[in-house]
Design a protein around this ligand. Structure first.
Ligand code: ZN
Length: 453
Protein backbone atom coordinates (compact mmCIF):
# COMPACT_ATOMS: atom_id res chain seq x y z
CA UNK A 1 0.00 0.00 0.00
CA UNK A 2 1.44 3.38 -1.02
CA UNK A 3 0.64 6.60 0.81
CA UNK A 4 -1.84 7.55 -1.92
CA UNK A 5 -3.17 4.01 -2.40
CA UNK A 6 -6.81 3.79 -3.34
CA UNK A 7 -8.95 1.20 -1.67
CA UNK A 8 -12.56 1.20 -2.88
CA UNK A 9 -13.60 -0.90 0.12
CA UNK A 10 -11.92 1.32 2.69
CA UNK A 11 -15.17 3.00 3.75
CA UNK A 12 -16.57 -0.36 4.85
CA UNK A 13 -13.54 -1.31 6.97
CA UNK A 14 -12.63 -0.44 10.54
CA UNK A 15 -12.26 3.26 11.25
CA UNK A 16 -8.76 2.61 12.59
CA UNK A 17 -7.58 1.68 9.05
CA UNK A 18 -8.93 4.93 7.66
CA UNK A 19 -7.37 6.91 10.49
CA UNK A 20 -3.98 5.25 9.89
CA UNK A 21 -4.08 6.31 6.25
CA UNK A 22 -5.19 9.80 7.20
CA UNK A 23 -2.30 9.98 9.65
CA UNK A 24 0.24 8.94 6.95
CA UNK A 25 -1.14 11.50 4.49
CA UNK A 26 -1.20 14.19 7.16
CA UNK A 27 2.45 13.58 8.08
CA UNK A 28 3.63 13.76 4.46
CA UNK A 29 1.54 16.87 3.84
CA UNK A 30 2.75 18.71 6.96
CA UNK A 31 6.38 17.98 6.05
CA UNK A 32 5.76 19.78 2.75
CA UNK A 33 3.58 22.54 4.24
CA UNK A 34 6.23 23.48 6.80
CA UNK A 35 8.87 23.75 4.06
CA UNK A 36 6.99 25.14 1.09
CA UNK A 37 3.46 26.48 1.70
CA UNK A 38 3.71 30.29 1.55
CA UNK A 39 0.57 31.10 3.58
CA UNK A 40 0.85 28.52 6.37
CA UNK A 41 4.62 28.94 6.76
CA UNK A 42 3.94 32.61 7.51
CA UNK A 43 1.13 31.77 9.97
CA UNK A 44 3.28 29.18 11.76
CA UNK A 45 6.14 31.64 12.04
CA UNK A 46 3.84 34.29 13.51
CA UNK A 47 2.49 31.81 16.05
CA UNK A 48 5.87 30.34 16.94
CA UNK A 49 4.73 26.86 15.85
CA UNK A 50 6.80 24.26 14.02
CA UNK A 51 6.48 20.82 12.46
CA UNK A 52 6.69 19.10 15.86
CA UNK A 53 3.51 20.84 17.00
CA UNK A 54 1.49 18.84 14.44
CA UNK A 55 1.64 15.15 15.28
CA UNK A 56 -1.86 14.15 14.20
CA UNK A 57 -4.80 15.74 12.33
CA UNK A 58 -6.31 16.71 15.70
CA UNK A 59 -3.43 19.17 16.16
CA UNK A 60 -4.76 21.20 13.23
CA UNK A 61 -7.00 22.86 15.85
CA UNK A 62 -3.89 24.86 16.85
CA UNK A 63 -4.25 26.81 13.60
CA UNK A 64 -6.70 29.69 13.19
CA UNK A 65 -9.48 29.14 10.67
CA UNK A 66 -8.71 30.02 7.07
CA UNK A 67 -11.73 31.91 5.76
CA UNK A 68 -12.94 32.20 2.19
CA UNK A 69 -11.85 35.82 2.35
CA UNK A 70 -8.30 34.83 3.38
CA UNK A 71 -8.16 32.48 0.41
CA UNK A 72 -9.78 34.91 -2.04
CA UNK A 73 -7.40 37.71 -1.05
CA UNK A 74 -4.24 35.83 -2.09
CA UNK A 75 -5.01 32.48 -3.77
CA UNK A 76 -1.42 32.07 -5.01
CA UNK A 77 -0.19 31.97 -1.41
CA UNK A 78 -2.17 28.72 -0.94
CA UNK A 79 -0.26 26.91 -3.72
CA UNK A 80 2.07 24.36 -2.15
CA UNK A 81 5.01 24.83 -4.58
CA UNK A 82 6.74 21.68 -3.30
CA UNK A 83 10.34 20.95 -4.37
CA UNK A 84 12.14 17.61 -4.69
CA UNK A 85 8.92 15.63 -5.19
CA UNK A 86 7.83 13.40 -8.11
CA UNK A 87 6.75 15.37 -11.20
CA UNK A 88 3.08 14.48 -10.85
CA UNK A 89 3.06 16.51 -7.63
CA UNK A 90 4.16 19.72 -9.37
CA UNK A 91 2.73 19.46 -12.90
CA UNK A 92 -0.33 21.73 -13.09
CA UNK A 93 -3.19 19.63 -14.40
CA UNK A 94 -5.95 22.24 -14.36
CA UNK A 95 -7.30 25.31 -12.65
CA UNK A 96 -10.93 25.54 -11.59
CA UNK A 97 -12.52 28.70 -10.23
CA UNK A 98 -14.67 29.45 -7.23
CA UNK A 99 -16.49 32.44 -5.74
CA UNK A 100 -15.49 35.85 -7.06
CA UNK A 101 -13.66 38.46 -5.07
CA UNK A 102 -14.82 42.06 -4.81
CA UNK A 103 -12.73 42.78 -7.91
CA UNK A 104 -15.02 40.43 -9.81
CA UNK A 105 -12.38 37.81 -10.54
CA UNK A 106 -13.22 34.26 -9.42
CA UNK A 107 -10.61 32.56 -7.25
CA UNK A 108 -8.36 29.97 -8.92
CA UNK A 109 -8.14 26.51 -7.35
CA UNK A 110 -5.18 24.64 -8.81
CA UNK A 111 -4.83 20.86 -9.14
CA UNK A 112 -1.60 19.05 -9.95
CA UNK A 113 -1.67 15.74 -11.83
CA UNK A 114 -1.50 14.00 -8.43
CA UNK A 115 -4.54 15.96 -7.25
CA UNK A 116 -6.47 15.07 -10.39
CA UNK A 117 -5.75 11.37 -9.84
CA UNK A 118 -7.02 11.74 -6.27
CA UNK A 119 -10.16 13.55 -7.50
CA UNK A 120 -10.88 10.64 -9.84
CA UNK A 121 -10.42 8.20 -6.96
CA UNK A 122 -12.83 10.30 -4.89
CA UNK A 123 -15.47 10.10 -7.63
CA UNK A 124 -15.06 6.33 -7.77
CA UNK A 125 -16.05 6.29 -4.11
CA UNK A 126 -18.87 8.81 -4.59
CA UNK A 127 -20.40 6.84 -7.44
CA UNK A 128 -19.76 3.60 -5.57
CA UNK A 129 -21.83 4.96 -2.67
CA UNK A 130 -24.64 5.42 -5.18
CA UNK A 131 -24.31 1.94 -6.69
CA UNK A 132 -23.41 3.32 -10.09
CA UNK A 133 -22.27 0.45 -12.31
CA UNK A 134 -20.71 -0.31 -15.71
CA UNK A 135 -24.11 -0.26 -17.43
CA UNK A 136 -24.75 3.38 -16.50
CA UNK A 137 -24.46 6.39 -18.79
CA UNK A 138 -24.21 9.89 -17.33
CA UNK A 139 -25.84 12.94 -18.93
CA UNK A 140 -23.82 15.96 -17.81
CA UNK A 141 -26.34 18.80 -17.47
CA UNK A 142 -23.84 21.25 -15.93
CA UNK A 143 -23.10 24.26 -18.15
CA UNK A 144 -19.80 25.09 -19.74
CA UNK A 145 -18.64 28.39 -18.26
CA UNK A 146 -16.07 31.06 -19.13
CA UNK A 147 -14.16 30.34 -15.95
CA UNK A 148 -13.61 26.56 -15.80
CA UNK A 149 -15.79 25.16 -13.05
CA UNK A 150 -15.62 21.78 -11.35
CA UNK A 151 -19.37 21.28 -11.72
CA UNK A 152 -18.87 20.78 -15.47
CA UNK A 153 -15.38 19.30 -15.70
CA UNK A 154 -15.49 16.82 -12.83
CA UNK A 155 -18.47 14.96 -14.28
CA UNK A 156 -16.19 13.78 -17.09
CA UNK A 157 -13.55 12.81 -14.52
CA UNK A 158 -16.19 10.83 -12.64
CA UNK A 159 -17.17 8.93 -15.79
CA UNK A 160 -13.51 8.16 -16.50
CA UNK A 161 -13.01 6.95 -12.92
CA UNK A 162 -15.88 4.48 -13.40
CA UNK A 163 -14.94 3.79 -17.06
CA UNK A 164 -18.50 4.57 -18.13
CA UNK A 165 -19.72 6.97 -20.85
CA UNK A 166 -20.63 10.59 -20.21
CA UNK A 167 -22.61 12.72 -22.64
CA UNK A 168 -22.03 16.46 -22.19
CA UNK A 169 -25.19 18.26 -23.27
CA UNK A 170 -23.77 21.80 -22.93
CA UNK A 171 -26.79 23.79 -21.76
CA UNK A 172 -26.45 27.56 -21.94
CA UNK A 173 -24.36 30.02 -23.89
CA UNK A 174 -21.40 31.31 -21.87
CA UNK A 175 -20.04 33.52 -24.65
CA UNK A 176 -21.01 34.81 -28.12
CA UNK A 177 -17.88 32.97 -29.32
CA UNK A 178 -19.27 29.63 -28.20
CA UNK A 179 -21.80 28.36 -30.72
CA UNK A 180 -22.41 24.80 -29.54
CA UNK A 181 -24.65 25.44 -26.53
CA UNK A 182 -27.97 23.59 -26.32
CA UNK A 183 -31.43 25.00 -25.76
CA UNK A 184 -33.62 23.22 -23.21
CA UNK A 185 -35.41 21.07 -25.81
CA UNK A 186 -32.07 19.95 -27.28
CA UNK A 187 -30.96 18.92 -23.79
CA UNK A 188 -34.15 16.89 -23.35
CA UNK A 189 -33.57 15.34 -26.79
CA UNK A 190 -29.97 14.47 -25.87
CA UNK A 191 -31.03 12.64 -22.71
CA UNK A 192 -33.66 10.68 -24.65
CA UNK A 193 -31.38 9.84 -27.60
CA UNK A 194 -28.47 8.70 -25.42
CA UNK A 195 -30.74 6.67 -23.09
CA UNK A 196 -28.88 8.21 -20.16
CA UNK A 197 -29.42 6.49 -16.82
CA UNK A 198 -28.01 9.30 -14.65
CA UNK A 199 -28.92 12.99 -14.88
CA UNK A 200 -26.22 15.09 -13.21
CA UNK A 201 -26.57 18.83 -12.67
CA UNK A 202 -27.65 21.77 -10.54
CA UNK A 203 -30.93 20.97 -8.80
CA UNK A 204 -33.14 23.64 -10.36
CA UNK A 205 -31.89 22.95 -13.88
CA UNK A 206 -32.30 19.19 -13.65
CA UNK A 207 -35.83 19.81 -12.45
CA UNK A 208 -36.49 22.10 -15.41
CA UNK A 209 -35.28 19.38 -17.80
CA UNK A 210 -37.63 16.86 -16.17
CA UNK A 211 -40.60 19.21 -16.41
CA UNK A 212 -39.88 19.89 -20.09
CA UNK A 213 -39.41 16.17 -20.79
CA UNK A 214 -42.90 15.52 -19.38
CA UNK A 215 -44.36 18.31 -21.54
CA UNK A 216 -42.72 16.92 -24.68
CA UNK A 217 -43.58 13.32 -23.85
CA UNK A 218 -39.89 12.39 -24.09
CA UNK A 219 -38.91 8.84 -23.10
CA UNK A 220 -36.87 9.18 -19.89
CA UNK A 221 -37.63 5.62 -18.76
CA UNK A 222 -33.91 4.59 -18.62
CA UNK A 223 -33.20 7.30 -16.00
CA UNK A 224 -32.54 5.70 -12.62
CA UNK A 225 -30.61 8.40 -10.72
CA UNK A 226 -30.94 12.19 -10.60
CA UNK A 227 -27.66 13.42 -9.09
CA UNK A 228 -28.16 16.98 -7.99
CA UNK A 229 -25.75 19.43 -6.48
CA UNK A 230 -25.17 23.15 -6.01
CA UNK A 231 -28.26 24.04 -4.00
CA UNK A 232 -29.66 23.16 -0.59
CA UNK A 233 -32.47 20.64 -1.03
CA UNK A 234 -35.37 20.53 1.40
CA UNK A 235 -37.62 17.55 1.99
CA UNK A 236 -40.35 19.38 0.08
CA UNK A 237 -38.06 19.71 -2.93
CA UNK A 238 -37.11 16.02 -2.70
CA UNK A 239 -40.80 15.12 -2.81
CA UNK A 240 -41.32 17.44 -5.72
CA UNK A 241 -38.42 15.85 -7.60
CA UNK A 242 -39.98 12.44 -7.13
CA UNK A 243 -43.15 13.76 -8.78
CA UNK A 244 -41.14 15.33 -11.62
CA UNK A 245 -39.30 12.06 -12.26
CA UNK A 246 -42.60 10.18 -12.27
CA UNK A 247 -44.17 12.58 -14.77
CA UNK A 248 -41.09 12.31 -16.98
CA UNK A 249 -41.63 8.54 -17.16
CA UNK A 250 -38.93 7.51 -14.66
CA UNK A 251 -41.05 6.50 -11.64
CA UNK A 252 -38.37 4.27 -10.11
CA UNK A 253 -35.53 6.81 -10.35
CA UNK A 254 -34.00 7.99 -7.08
CA UNK A 255 -32.72 11.40 -6.14
CA UNK A 256 -29.17 11.72 -4.86
CA UNK A 257 -28.18 15.04 -3.35
CA UNK A 258 -24.52 16.02 -3.11
CA UNK A 259 -23.04 18.60 -0.76
CA UNK A 260 -20.70 19.94 -3.43
CA UNK A 261 -17.66 22.02 -2.53
CA UNK A 262 -15.24 23.50 -5.08
CA UNK A 263 -12.43 23.24 -2.54
CA UNK A 264 -12.65 19.46 -2.57
CA UNK A 265 -13.43 19.36 -6.31
CA UNK A 266 -16.32 17.08 -5.49
CA UNK A 267 -18.96 16.53 -2.90
CA UNK A 268 -20.06 14.80 0.25
CA UNK A 269 -22.45 12.18 -1.06
CA UNK A 270 -25.63 10.45 0.03
CA UNK A 271 -25.69 6.65 -0.25
CA UNK A 272 -29.48 6.78 -0.20
CA UNK A 273 -31.87 9.71 0.04
CA UNK A 274 -31.70 11.39 3.43
CA UNK A 275 -28.85 9.18 4.75
CA UNK A 276 -26.54 12.15 5.31
CA UNK A 277 -23.61 13.49 3.33
CA UNK A 278 -20.70 11.00 3.50
CA UNK A 279 -17.07 12.09 3.38
CA UNK A 280 -15.96 10.05 0.35
CA UNK A 281 -12.23 10.20 1.22
CA UNK A 282 -11.71 10.53 4.98
CA UNK A 283 -8.04 9.60 4.44
CA UNK A 284 -7.63 12.71 2.25
CA UNK A 285 -10.16 15.18 3.63
CA UNK A 286 -10.25 15.99 7.34
CA UNK A 287 -13.56 17.44 8.51
CA UNK A 288 -14.47 19.21 11.71
CA UNK A 289 -17.58 20.98 12.94
CA UNK A 290 -16.47 23.87 15.15
CA UNK A 291 -18.03 26.40 17.49
CA UNK A 292 -18.92 29.54 15.49
CA UNK A 293 -17.18 31.83 18.01
CA UNK A 294 -14.36 29.86 19.66
CA UNK A 295 -13.62 27.85 16.47
CA UNK A 296 -12.85 24.80 18.60
CA UNK A 297 -14.20 21.37 17.54
CA UNK A 298 -17.68 20.52 18.82
CA UNK A 299 -18.78 17.06 19.96
CA UNK A 300 -20.49 14.99 17.27
CA UNK A 301 -24.17 15.82 17.01
CA UNK A 302 -23.81 19.56 17.67
CA UNK A 303 -24.41 22.16 14.99
CA UNK A 304 -21.48 24.38 14.01
CA UNK A 305 -19.26 25.63 11.21
CA UNK A 306 -18.02 23.06 8.70
CA UNK A 307 -14.21 23.17 8.52
CA UNK A 308 -12.10 21.18 6.03
CA UNK A 309 -8.38 20.40 5.86
CA UNK A 310 -6.61 18.85 2.88
CA UNK A 311 -4.51 15.92 4.04
CA UNK A 312 -3.35 14.87 0.58
CA UNK A 313 -3.11 17.68 -1.95
CA UNK A 314 -0.12 19.16 -3.81
CA UNK A 315 -1.62 22.15 -5.65
CA UNK A 316 -3.96 24.52 -3.81
CA UNK A 317 -3.86 23.30 -0.20
CA UNK A 318 -6.11 24.58 2.60
CA UNK A 319 -5.94 23.78 6.30
CA UNK A 320 -8.83 24.46 8.71
CA UNK A 321 -10.77 26.04 5.89
CA UNK A 322 -14.17 27.41 6.93
CA UNK A 323 -16.63 26.58 4.14
CA UNK A 324 -19.12 29.12 5.46
CA UNK A 325 -21.70 26.39 6.03
CA UNK A 326 -23.33 25.16 9.23
CA UNK A 327 -24.07 21.48 9.76
CA UNK A 328 -23.93 18.56 12.19
CA UNK A 329 -21.34 15.76 12.04
CA UNK A 330 -21.48 12.12 13.04
CA UNK A 331 -18.78 9.46 12.88
CA UNK A 332 -21.19 6.58 13.52
CA UNK A 333 -21.29 3.84 10.90
CA UNK A 334 -23.99 4.64 8.33
CA UNK A 335 -27.04 2.45 9.06
CA UNK A 336 -27.95 2.41 5.34
CA UNK A 337 -24.70 1.44 3.57
CA UNK A 338 -22.40 0.51 6.46
CA UNK A 339 -19.79 3.14 5.55
CA UNK A 340 -17.47 3.98 8.40
CA UNK A 341 -16.81 7.62 7.54
CA UNK A 342 -17.72 11.15 8.60
CA UNK A 343 -21.28 12.12 7.70
CA UNK A 344 -23.06 15.46 7.83
CA UNK A 345 -26.52 14.65 9.08
CA UNK A 346 -28.11 18.04 8.33
CA UNK A 347 -28.35 19.80 5.00
CA UNK A 348 -25.59 22.43 5.25
CA UNK A 349 -26.81 26.01 5.47
CA UNK A 350 -24.80 29.08 4.54
CA UNK A 351 -23.55 30.99 7.58
CA UNK A 352 -22.12 34.05 5.83
CA UNK A 353 -23.06 36.72 3.35
CA UNK A 354 -22.43 34.75 0.17
CA UNK A 355 -25.62 33.81 -1.66
CA UNK A 356 -26.46 31.10 -4.14
CA UNK A 357 -28.10 32.15 -7.40
CA UNK A 358 -28.88 29.44 -9.99
CA UNK A 359 -26.50 27.17 -8.11
CA UNK A 360 -23.58 29.61 -8.36
CA UNK A 361 -22.08 30.88 -5.14
CA UNK A 362 -22.13 34.66 -5.54
CA UNK A 363 -20.28 37.30 -3.58
CA UNK A 364 -22.63 40.34 -3.30
CA UNK A 365 -19.54 42.57 -3.34
CA UNK A 366 -18.55 41.22 -6.76
CA UNK A 367 -22.10 41.76 -8.03
CA UNK A 368 -22.07 45.32 -6.73
CA UNK A 369 -18.65 46.10 -8.16
CA UNK A 370 -19.78 44.86 -11.60
CA UNK A 371 -22.99 46.93 -11.65
CA UNK A 372 -21.25 50.06 -10.49
CA UNK A 373 -18.39 49.64 -12.98
CA UNK A 374 -20.75 50.68 -15.79
CA UNK A 375 -20.63 54.43 -16.51
CA UNK A 376 -23.93 56.29 -15.95
CA UNK A 377 -25.20 53.84 -13.32
CA UNK A 378 -26.01 55.82 -10.19
CA UNK A 379 -27.49 53.20 -7.96
CA UNK A 380 -29.09 49.84 -8.15
CA UNK A 381 -31.05 47.15 -6.41
CA UNK A 382 -30.64 43.43 -7.11
CA UNK A 383 -33.62 41.14 -6.62
CA UNK A 384 -33.29 37.39 -6.44
CA UNK A 385 -36.66 35.89 -7.21
CA UNK A 386 -38.33 32.75 -8.40
CA UNK A 387 -38.86 32.71 -12.16
CA UNK A 388 -42.38 31.46 -11.43
CA UNK A 389 -43.51 32.99 -8.11
CA UNK A 390 -46.27 30.38 -7.70
CA UNK A 391 -43.75 27.52 -7.90
CA UNK A 392 -41.70 27.17 -4.72
CA UNK A 393 -39.00 25.17 -6.55
CA UNK A 394 -38.76 27.39 -9.58
CA UNK A 395 -35.43 28.42 -11.14
CA UNK A 396 -33.88 31.55 -9.70
CA UNK A 397 -34.10 34.84 -11.54
CA UNK A 398 -31.73 37.74 -10.90
CA UNK A 399 -33.31 41.09 -11.69
CA UNK A 400 -31.35 44.33 -11.37
CA UNK A 401 -33.10 47.67 -11.23
CA UNK A 402 -30.79 50.56 -11.99
CA UNK A 403 -31.02 54.29 -11.69
CA UNK A 404 -29.08 55.70 -14.64
CA UNK A 405 -28.05 59.24 -15.39
CA UNK A 406 -29.00 58.78 -19.04
CA UNK A 407 -31.84 57.00 -20.81
CA UNK A 408 -29.36 55.54 -23.25
CA UNK A 409 -30.59 52.09 -24.20
CA UNK A 410 -27.10 50.60 -24.01
CA UNK A 411 -26.76 51.00 -20.25
CA UNK A 412 -28.90 48.00 -19.16
CA UNK A 413 -27.13 45.74 -21.67
CA UNK A 414 -23.72 46.86 -20.39
CA UNK A 415 -24.79 46.12 -16.82
CA UNK A 416 -26.05 42.68 -17.84
CA UNK A 417 -22.74 41.90 -19.56
CA UNK A 418 -20.62 43.15 -16.62
CA UNK A 419 -22.62 41.12 -14.09
CA UNK A 420 -22.54 37.98 -16.23
CA UNK A 421 -18.78 38.36 -16.54
CA UNK A 422 -18.31 38.82 -12.80
CA UNK A 423 -20.60 36.17 -11.35
CA UNK A 424 -21.55 33.92 -14.30
CA UNK A 425 -25.26 34.66 -13.86
CA UNK A 426 -26.97 36.79 -16.50
CA UNK A 427 -29.45 39.22 -14.92
CA UNK A 428 -32.49 40.97 -16.34
CA UNK A 429 -31.79 44.70 -16.10
CA UNK A 430 -34.27 47.56 -16.15
CA UNK A 431 -34.00 51.31 -15.66
CA UNK A 432 -36.34 52.66 -12.97
CA UNK A 433 -37.16 55.99 -11.35
CA UNK A 434 -35.31 56.62 -8.07
CA UNK A 435 -38.55 56.30 -6.09
CA UNK A 436 -38.88 52.69 -7.23
CA UNK A 437 -35.77 51.78 -5.29
CA UNK A 438 -35.51 54.32 -2.54
CA UNK A 439 -39.19 54.62 -1.65
CA UNK A 440 -40.94 57.99 -1.65
CA UNK A 441 -39.01 59.89 0.96
CA UNK A 442 -35.59 58.68 -0.11
CA UNK A 443 -34.34 58.55 3.45
CA UNK A 444 -34.60 54.85 4.24
CA UNK A 445 -31.48 52.82 3.97
CA UNK A 446 -31.46 50.99 0.66
CA UNK A 447 -31.29 47.26 0.76
CA UNK A 448 -29.27 46.57 -2.37
CA UNK A 449 -29.66 42.81 -2.39
CA UNK A 450 -33.18 41.53 -1.81
CA UNK A 451 -33.71 37.79 -1.71
CA UNK A 452 -37.40 37.08 -2.37
CA UNK A 453 -37.11 33.30 -2.66
ZN1 ZN B 1 -24.48 5.39 3.88
Amino acid sequence: MTAAGFDPKLLQGPRAETDARAQAHFAATMDLVCDYHPYYRARLREMGLGRDDFQSPGDLSRLPLTTKHDFMAQPDAFLLNAQNVPPEMTVIWDTMYTTGTSSGTPTPFVSTAFDYYRVMAMYRRILGLRQVNERDLIANLCPLTVYPHGAYHRVTAAGAAMKIPVINLLPGRPSPHFELGSELDEVVGGVERSRATILWGVASYVRRVLIRAAELGADFSPVRIAYITGEAVTQALRDNFAACLRKAGAPHAVLHVSYGITEIQGGFAECSPGAGFHNPCPEDIHVQVVHPVTHQPLPDGERGLVVLSHLNRRGTLLLRYATGDLSVLTRDRCPHCGANTDRFTETPQRADALVKIKGMLVNPEALEAAVLSVPDVQDYQALIEREDPSDPFSMDRLRIRIIASTRHAEVPERVARAVKHAISVRPEVECVEPAAIYGRDGSLKLKRLVDRR
